[in-house]
Design a protein around this ligand. Structure first.
Ligand code: BMA
Length: 877
């Protein structure tokens, strides 16, 4: 079907300015800040402290307009309607000065019937966006009692009173940039007599080999069609299901009589035998089927109905001669169970897919850029690809951000990344007025129908930390009853009930963290039930060993900050401010105690780093160490613990944060370590209460046989002892190789370290999972690194070209070197491994994998752009 695409350069006017900020081109879909930046009206908000300058826009209303021309031929397409997928946020919308309506929720589309308003020739659409901050402040004035919210150092007040991305107002890793704009699809479509708003599709397993596919097309006929004849139509729907290998599974046409305006549900069931299954990454293939539905319609009068049926059956699909509307979606055949029945410990949270219990590995996702115009498909592809490269199988779409774009879920389907989907409420109380609730109800209904059929979708969650937030504010502490009633009205009454009604195939988890349904405790420190946010390391300043004090059933948040690399720091900070406590470095640290906590741990674990660059490096080492400590320990506690999602995957601007990937896309050392500690088969070691444990983790469904060689060496590289442990690494299990007092290895812990390797026959085909050889080795110090007498490793490295034309670093050391980190500037890409232990006589070849489209420089130039760090070196003058 033809539609008029409204994407393109619109005109932007900012209120209150007669000169400067009028008639600025603004690309839609996109945001107005990006438009102003492009015209150099204000300086780069990500540089220095420029974020402050942009706050002048918070109180401004703006207008976006677009003039386009319509031919008489286009007008014959049908009855026009307007669709704006996401208008941010409080807006009045007009076409040709006719008022179309008010909208104030960027999480569901604006729809308007344009019958009699769209005309031949020139048309102008206008979207007046009122300052979300002003609206929120007005509403706060009208509240009978305050509704508190968590706030960042620079923030826009009362964010919780408007349905807008909550972190636009600033967060403890994000700038306050109160953008507005129009995102996603923007078009004028045509009703003939209606249009498809959703097509829902449930693959349901009936027997071992037979599946039912239940499809429901939501077909909307507008009120303006009421006068057409007797308002009786016949719809012909053509269904086609195609397997991943291109084979047609089903091809069928069905007919539906529909009467009158409104939403009509057109249902059809199909049987599919032995479909290829969809699996999460690391467990099997991501088989996707393509379902196409094509709807065409004709207007008929009751007396003609039989006649039309007869002719449609004989003539097949194009009976009416009317143009059709086609919708295509990809679906996956998989069973999903989330096990939450109480057990002897408390309440598990285990994801079972196609009958297999998945050890969930992943990270929390925030919007990938504070400026929506920069949230491009390529960047989604890169970041989600980087998750899979680190063997992650779940992403949590965090509730302070946004229901993501379609491409995000499409990629998760393709890559096998399960999605934990929060609803967009975070770290605050929310209103429970009838207006607010009805606004949210539309949002949830729309998002559920949009997302529920993605095979990647694993769970709906009510919000982020709103239960916990009940303990944060004086108001909520004094009057918990009042706020918990409001909480329940919104969360269970609207969000939960809407999800349960529209999506019986996924559970609704009340909040993250949560002990489970009907549990209103905050689950901050309790590890027996549901999902936990464990923040005692970091927010409470506890040492990394505190991770050993809890065994969460599922840890959906825990994190430790680091600074970005020097390359990224350069994008926001001039050299004269290269100091952790300079005004700009502090501006790009939004967690109030952030720098102090990082520095405290420099002195807790390490010899103090010398100079700015080494501080950046060491902050990444300690972040990697923190998260590795937690994940390796919790993986070893399977099946009590069945998942870990660290906080956070990405950054939305260049900043010090908990992310494992910098804003620029560069991997921090944590991401390299994640690639190992999340590997399906991994050898790990840790020291807990004076005992050394070496454990073989195996998430595959095959037992693995081999030997673990444990060596104890001194810091010159001289071996003290070597033991070989034959082992059988149990499938879907954690096998203890050794668990012994460190005194059995050395009485001088500061003089020695342990290095262990696993050797065995591992075949990717039979494991159905990638084998990561770097994950089959592990190093542990016997005491705090700062106490160890490390020696100058005398590191050397060269750059060589590989047979395939890539570049490779060849690293060697005369004495053991730890946390050896390669860094290259100006060549986007990542190393196949990094943050490694180097032993004398065992050089490492590490290939650099450039991002697609990047041309590699010569070996010499590449080497000049490289820096190599190591733990000993970073504390040397
Ligand atoms: C969590 C998140 C975020 C926050 C992070 C770091 O609990 O839900 O709100 O950014 O902590 O403080």
């Amino acid at each position: 079907m033809e539609c008029i695409n409204l994407a393109g350069p619109w005109q932007l006017h900012v209120d209150g300015d007669t000169e400067g900020i009028r008639d600025i081109p603004c690309i839609i879909p996109g945001d107005i800040f990006s438009a102003l930046l492009k015209e150099n009206i204000l300086p780069d908000p990500y540089y220095g402290k420029n974020e402050e300058v942009w706050q002048v826009l918070n109180q401004k209303d703006i207008e976006l307009s677009y003039t386009f021309s319509v031919s008489s031929h286009t007008l014959e397409e049908g009855t026009p309607y307007l669709f704006l997928e996401s208008a941010d946020t409080v807006a009045d919308i007009y076409l040709n000065n006719s008022y179309l309506g008010h909208h104030e929720n960027m999480f569901y589309p604006f729809y308007a019937d344009l019958n009699g308003i769209l005309r031949e020739g020139e048309n102008t659409i206008k979207v007046r966006c009122y300052s979300a901050e002003k609206k929120a402040m007005e509403r706060a004035e009208e509240l009978p009692y305050p509704i508190p919210y968590g706030a960042a150092p620079i923030h826009s007040p009362h964010r919780n009173l408007v349905r807008k991305v909550q972190c636009h107002s600033g967060w403890d890793w994000g700038p306050c940039l109160m953008v507005s704009g129009i995102y996603g699809k923007a078009y004028i479509g045509f009703n003939r007599p209606g249009h498809i708003s959703h097509c829902s599709c449930r693959p349901l397993r009936r027997t071992e080999s037979l599946w039912d596919l239940e499809t429901t097309i939501h077909y909307i006929i507008p009120e303006s069609k009421r006068d057409v004849g007797s308002s009786q139509w016949e719809l012909a729907v053509y269904y086609e299901l195609v397997a991943p290998d291109g084979k047609v599974v089903t091809q069928e046409e069905r007919h539906y009589p529909v009467a009158g305006p409104g939403e009509h549900l057109l249902t059809a069931n199909f049987t599919v035998s032995n479909p290829h299954l969809w699996w999460p990454a690391g467990y099997g293939k991501q088989s996707l089927y393509t379902l196409t539905v094509q709807v065409s319609a004709c207007s008929v009068f009751p007396e003609d109905l039989e006649q039309t049926y007869a002719s449609s059956a004989s003539q097949g699909f194009s009976v009416s001669g009317e143009p059709s509307e086609t919708l295509t979606k990809r679906i996956g055949f998989r069973t999903l169970e989330v096990l939450t029945q109480e057990d002897s410990i408390g309440r598990p949270l285990t994801f079972r897919i196609n009958g297999r219990d998945i050890w969930v590995k992943g990270a929390n996702w925030i919007p990938l850029d504070a400026l929506p115009s920069r949230q491009t498909p390529d960047r989604y592809r890169q970041l989600l690809g980087d998750m899979v490269a680190a063997h992650m199988n779940m992403v949590r779409v965090w509730g302070g951000g946004q229901y993501e774009q379609d491409i995000f879920y499409d990629l998760c389907d393709e890559l096998g990344i399960l999605v934990w989907q929060d609803c967009m409420f975070a770290c605050a109380m929310y209103p429970a007025t009838p207006e607010f609730l009805s606004n949210v109800q539309k949002e949830i209904a729309y998002q559920v129908l949009r997302l529920k059929d993605h095979p990647c979708l694993a769970l709906w969650c009510g919000n982020n930390e709103n239960l916990g937030a009940l303990t944060w504010f004086p108001e909520t502490k004094q009057n918990r009853d009042r706020y918990i009633i409001d909480y329940d009205r919104l969360n269970e009454g609207i969000v939960g009930n809407t999800i349960r009604a529209l999506d019986p195939d996924h559970i609704f988890w009340p909040s993250s963290p949560s002990g489970g349904p009907q549990d209103f405790s905050d689950n901050w420190h309790a590890d027996a039930k549901g999902d936990m946010h464990y923040w005692s390391v970091w927010h409470e300043g506890k040492p990394f060993e505190a991770y050993y004090e809890v065994v969460p059933r599922f840890c959906s948040e825990f994190g430790y900050q680091s600074f970005p690399s020097l390359e990224t720091v350069k994008t926001y900070c001039p050299q004269e401010e290269w100091n952790l406590t300079s005004p700009i470095m502090e501006h790009h640290q939004k967690s109030p105690r952030g720098n102090s906590l990082i520095i405290e741990n420099f002195s807790r674990y390490f010899r103090f780093p010398v100079g700015f660059k080494n501080m950046l490096y060491l902050s990444q080492v300690q972040q990697a160490m923190a998260i590795q400590t937690a994940v390796e320990y919790w993986r070893s506690q399977r099946p009590r613990c069945m998942g870990a999602l660290y906080w956070q995957l990405n950054d939305c601007w260049p900043v010090a944060s908990w992310s494992s990937i910098e804003y620029s896309g560069k991997w921090k050392l944590l991401h390299y370590r994640a690639r190992r500690f999340f590997a399906p088969v991994a050898l790990v070691s840790y020291i807990k209460e004076g005992r050394l444990s070496v454990i073989l983790l195996n998430d595959t469904d095959q037992d693995i046989l081999g030997d673990v060689t444990v060596r104890v060496l001194d810091f010159s590289g001289k071996p003290l002892l070597e033991r070989v442990y034959p082992c059988e690494g149990k499938k879907e299990g954690a096998t203890v190789i050794l668990q012994e007092s460190i005194e059995n290895f050395t009485s001088k812990p500061e003089q020695y370290f342990m290095h262990a390797t696993f050797k065995g026959s591992l075949a990717e085909d039979s494991l159905k999972a990638p084998v990561v050889k770097e994950a089959l080795q592990t190093t542990s110090f016997f005491t705090l690194p700062k106490k160890c007498y490390l020696q100058d490793p005398v590191l050397t490295f060269t750059i060589e070209k590989t047979k395939t034309g890539l570049l490779q670093a060849v690293l060697s050391a005369e004495r053991p070197a730890f946390f050896v980190a390669l860094d290259v500037e100006g060549v986007p890409g990542y190393w196949e491994d990094n943050c490694v232990t180097l032993l004398p006589g065992e050089p490492r070849r590490i290939t650099y994998l450039p991002r697609s489209g990047i041309t590699l420089p010569s070996e010499t130039e590449f080497k000049e752009r490289c820096r190599v760090y190591n733990l000993w070196g970073c504390s040397q003058e």
